[in-house]
Ligand binder design. Structure first.
Ligand code: A3P
Length: 275
């Protein structure tokens, strides 16, 4: 039996756990779960189901601990994991590079204003007494009534993609980091997944045929997946309805993000067209 096992293993017929070949590093509330669930439709992709938080929280546990969190794969299959907080973890680029300098990185980005509202909506769902979004995002800075954007409030701060992006580019080539439009992932998931599959060197298996638009949910959903053979959407916590936000607050936030967005477009070479 031992002999048989070793022979099968040698022929690469027994799946083994491996460190990730590709990581979804962020950005929180931009569609990272959708991206990972869509990728899992591919027979050559295996991904850890929940966020592992190795490069931010559990790095001290070491690479063997990390490997053990991965699903077993055959050679040629891609091992993946997504933890959106890697995007803003200062030590993450260096640590990821130490694991594998040739790792492929994926980050979903989305209009920072909607991202902030999404982030806030998630917090509000956990804490009933949270003040209104408007009062957290824009604050009085003097008795005279002047107001400023609360730039250090995490829902606002995380929408400044420029700074973390620069940090990742200090360690990785631009070609190793694929930026995915969160808006396009909703509007045309098959087209965005075509880019993703090409980037990962995968055959184009995930296509229009996998998706349908669920109009009551307002999002693309899956006709079937590895775990379920009937149509289904992502869970209730993905694609929540957002509160109505005062238009003047939205305008203030758009003005605030504008210069950061423009510099980000310039640096990454993609105009995401956020309003
Ligand atoms: P909302 O719930 O605020 O609409 P993440 O997985 O990174 O936390 O991102 C969650 C966001 O993914 C959701 O935010 C939603 O807008 C977006 N999303 C993208 N595609 C989706 C899909 N097919 N189903 C549900 N949500 C999707």
């Amino acid at each position: 039996n031992d002999y048989k096992y070793r022979r099968l293993k040698k022929q690469n017929l027994i799946p083994v756990k491996r460190l990730p070949d590709a990581l979804v590093i962020g950005v929180k509330k931009c569609g990272t779960r959708a991206l990972l669930e869509f990728l899992r439709l591919h027979p050559d992709v295996r991904a850890a189901g929940s966020e592992v938080h190795f490069f931010d929280k559990f790095y001290h546990k070491g690479f063997e601990w990390y490997r053990d969190k991965m699903p077993p794969t055959l050679e040629g299959q891609i091992t993946m994991e997504k933890t959106p907080s890697y995007w803003v973890t200062r030590t993450a680029p260096k640590r990821v590079q130490a694991m594998n300098p040739a790792v492929k990185l994926l980050a979903v980005v989305r209009d920072p204003v909607t991202r902030a509202i999404s982030d806030y909506t998630q917090s509000a769902s956990k804490s009933v007494s949270l003040p209104r979004f408007e009062d957290l995002a824009v604050v009085n800075i003097s008795w005279g009534g002047s107001q400023a954007v609360a730039a250090s409030w995490p829902p606002i701060r995380l929408g400044i993609y420029l700074r973390p992006f620069k940090r990742w580019l200090k360690r990785f080539n631009r070609e190793s980091l694929l930026l995915i439009s969160g808006e396009r992932l909703v509007a045309d998931p098959a087209a965005e997944m075509a880019r993703v599959q090409e980037f990962l060197g995968l055959k184009r298996v995930i296509t229009e045929k996998h998706f349908y638009f669920n109009s009551s949910k307002g999002f693309p959903c899956l006709l079937k997946s590895e775990s379920r053979s009937t149509p289904h959407c992502l869970g209730k916590t993905k694609g929540r309805s957002h509160p109505h936000i005062n238009p003047s607050t939205l305008e203030t936030l758009r003005e605030f993000y504008k210069p950061f967005n423009e510099k980000f477009y310039e640096l990454c070479g993609i105009n995401f067209g956020w309003p």
